[in-house]
Design a protein around this ligand. Structure first.
Ligand code: SAM
Length: 211
């Protein structure tokens, strides 16, 4: 077992660095690889789907304090580490189901976005086929948000449990973005079947914006 595989390596690091969840290191790796956030991120709009307890949002706001960020989750965000960042005028949190039409409308009103990122995942049941199907449904919803509400040239990141129709979803991303790839951060648990799909340079106008 390598040091990264120790059950609490990333959780302890997250505690020390004042993040509520270890998942922040997955985003950090993707940021290092794909340059998602810049310190001078003012004016850029980001949508964070499946945001609770809030590590990805905190990472984004710490790195780009002037970012305009909308976060969505069924559960509330943790307020243990945000030091007021979740109270800024440039931050909105929508508590609800990202598949709900009311939430969708609230998201639409805050767009268009430069980056749509989804770490949304179903509560796992232990039945891999079922969990994969539920993850696919969330990933399809995230891609739908990307295709409807990203600006041309924008970036999409979504989490997906590998298997089932995930390869077909990657093909759909390949059609809508100039570049599309799967990326598995080292911070993913070694026994996890999750991965991330990254679409860069959205081609725009694949679908009408208000559809
Ligand atoms: C792995 S956690 C996200 C961790 C987060 N990125 C962070 O860094 O703190 C997955 C989240 O997806 C959310 N989720 C699952 N289904 C959802 C849905 N239909 N709508 C909104 N959020 C959902 C869960 O409530 C959970 O908080």
């Amino acid at each position: 077992m390598g040091s990264y595989d120790k059950p609490d390596f990333w959780s302890q690091k997250a505690q020390k660095e004042a993040y509520p969840a270890r998942s922040v290191y997955k985003l950090k790796e993707m940021d290092e690889k794909f340059s998602l956030f810049r310190p001078s991120g003012g004016g850029r709009k980001v949508l964070d789907l499946g945001a609770a307890p809030g590590s990805w949002s905190l990472y984004a706001l710490r790195k780009s304090p002037a970012l305009d960020l909308t976060a969505v989750d069924l559960s509330p965000l943790s307020r243990d580490f945000d030091r007021g960042l979740f109270e800024g005028e440039n931050f909105s949190f929508l508590q609800g189901d990202m598949t709900d039409p009311g939430i969708r409308e609230a998201i639409r009103a805050r767009g268009p976005f430069d980056l749509v990122m989804s770490d949304a995942a179903p509560a796992t049941s232990g039945n891999r086929s079922l969990d994969t199907l539920r993850s696919l449904a969330l990933a399809e919803t995230a891609l739908d948000y990307g295709e409807r509400f990203l600006r041309g040239g924008g970036t999409l990141i979504l989490k997906i449990f590998q298997g089932g129709q995930s390869a077909a979803l990657l093909k759909r991303i390949q059609r809508s973005f100039e570049s599309a790839k799967a990326f598995k951060p080292q911070a993913c648990r070694s026994n996890s079947f999750e991965t991330y799909f990254v679409g860069m340079k959205f081609k725009a106008a694949v679908l009408p914006k208000d559809a």
